[in-house]
Design a protein around this ligand. Structure first.
Ligand code: AN7
Length: 367
């Protein structure tokens, strides 16, 4: 009988801090496609797969963590939740708060979040405040609200978020039959690289549950490769960046909350966190849409940009299995597809309502 996916909490309940009695808040997140990237595989000589997280209910990987955070908020008896966001967290929080029947407040940097994400938060009825500051300033305020006011913080500094997001690694292993050799992803606030590493480590060792010990699922853990936008690359600088700047607004973050766990993921896995320029990000964005058939938002293309850059430097091994998490949907921020490589706007060709002219415009000759 066909299996109906039940969302990440029910699918992976024995590996998450929930019980049978937990009232689960879910929109059916997870179970996203692992797509074989044909052209990236040809380029590198490795088998490259894309974990397409734009297929989550609100169009980004944030839903994996938000189902856990909102479930925890309800369990704690919260009436309202708050988050800071570059856009995707606010979209996800607003949707899951609606499902939970909770009030939701979101703090976003003024003018620096995409229209798609803004409209999601509004559509789901969140109170959206545009702060005169960047994401890091928003997160400071959100943390203080969570500490001193009756609102529940659902940013990834809440450990429930990381618990939910680790299921991305479980799904990759469940799809491939083992862990990949390299896992690549964009890095912003650094929750996701921390969560994947946690998931991979848990799957590679026996796991203690309240009902006994689960055997290891994978034989190994991957090397973690993270990529930041060059103008917002604190891990590359080795210190926070006060004025982060990149067109990839999702990852325009200068002071990542999950600093230590991200550094641990990098170092324990023998991996790296490097930077890619905005031009490299936009080239990778175009590569994914025009060569692989996968439409992502610019920030999501940072991992692919990193792989292409490392390949050009002769640093990508062949004959390996490489997974890249592409974190959010292209429809979140569609304007970037409407620019040509020289930066001008794409102008759709206008034609009269006439088949002969349309055929001529398409270069077709009548049979
Ligand atoms: C598409 O929504 O931080 O390194 O507030 O939206 O786990 O932060 C989003 C981050 C990558 C970086 N790709 O992940 C927010 C927010 C997309 C994102 C990241 C984000 P982390």
């Amino acid at each position: 009988m066909a299996h109906q996916w039940r969302g990440v909490i029910r699918e992976y309940a024995d590996r998450l801090p929930v019980t049978e009695a937990t009232k689960v808040i879910t929109l059916g997140e997870g179970g996203t496609p692992l797509v074989h990237a044909q052209k990236l595989s040809e380029l590198t000589g490795s088998e490259v797969y894309l974990k397409v997280e734009g297929m989550n209910p609100t169009g980004s990987f944030k839903d994996r963590g938000m189902t856990m955070a909102m479930t925890a908020a309800v369990e704690a008896g919260a009436k309202a939740v708050v988050c800071a966001s570059t856009g995707n967290t606010s979209a996800s929080a607003a949707a899951y708060a609606t499902a939970a029947g909770l009030k939701c407040a979101v703090l976003v940097p003024e003018g620096k979040i995409s229209m798609g994400k803004l409209s999601q938060a509004i559509a789901h009825g969140a109170t959206l405040l545009q702060v005169d500051g960047n994401f890091d300033n928003c997160l400071d305020i959100a943390r203080k609200l969570g500490e001193s006011y009756p609102v529940f913080l659902v940013n990834s500094v809440n450990p429930a978020r990381i618990q939910g997001q680790k299921t991305g690694a479980f799904e990759v292993v469940d799809s491939l039959g083992d862990a990949p050799d390299i896992h690549v992803l964009p890095v912003g606030n650094a929750g996701n690289i921390s969560a994947y590493w946690k998931g991979y480590k848990e799957y590679a060792a026996p796991f203690e549950t309240s009902n006994g010990t689960l055997p290891a699922v994978s034989t190994k853990t991957p090397t973690m490769w993270g990529f930041q936008a060059a103008g917002a690359a604190p891990f590359v600088a080795g210190h926070p960046i006060t004025e982060p700047d990149t067109i990839a607004t999702a990852i325009r973050i200068g002071n990542p909350a999950s600093w230590d766990t991200a550094v641990a993921a990098r170092d324990e896995s023998g991996g790296l966190i490097e930077a890619v320029t905005d031009d490299e990000i936009l080239d990778a964005h175009r590569w994914l849409s025009s060569k692989e058939g996968v439409f992502v938002e610019p920030g999501s293309a940072a991992g692919v940009a990193g792989l292409i850059k490392k390949h050009a430097a002769g640093q990508v091994p062949s004959g390996k299995t490489i997974v890249i998490t592409v974190t959010g949907h292209g429809l979140k921020d569609p304007q970037w597809a409407l620019r040509t490589e020289d930066g001008s706007d794409v102008q759709p060709v206008k034609v009269p309502n006439d088949v002969v002219t349309v055929a001529a415009e398409l270069g077709l000759e009548e049979n």
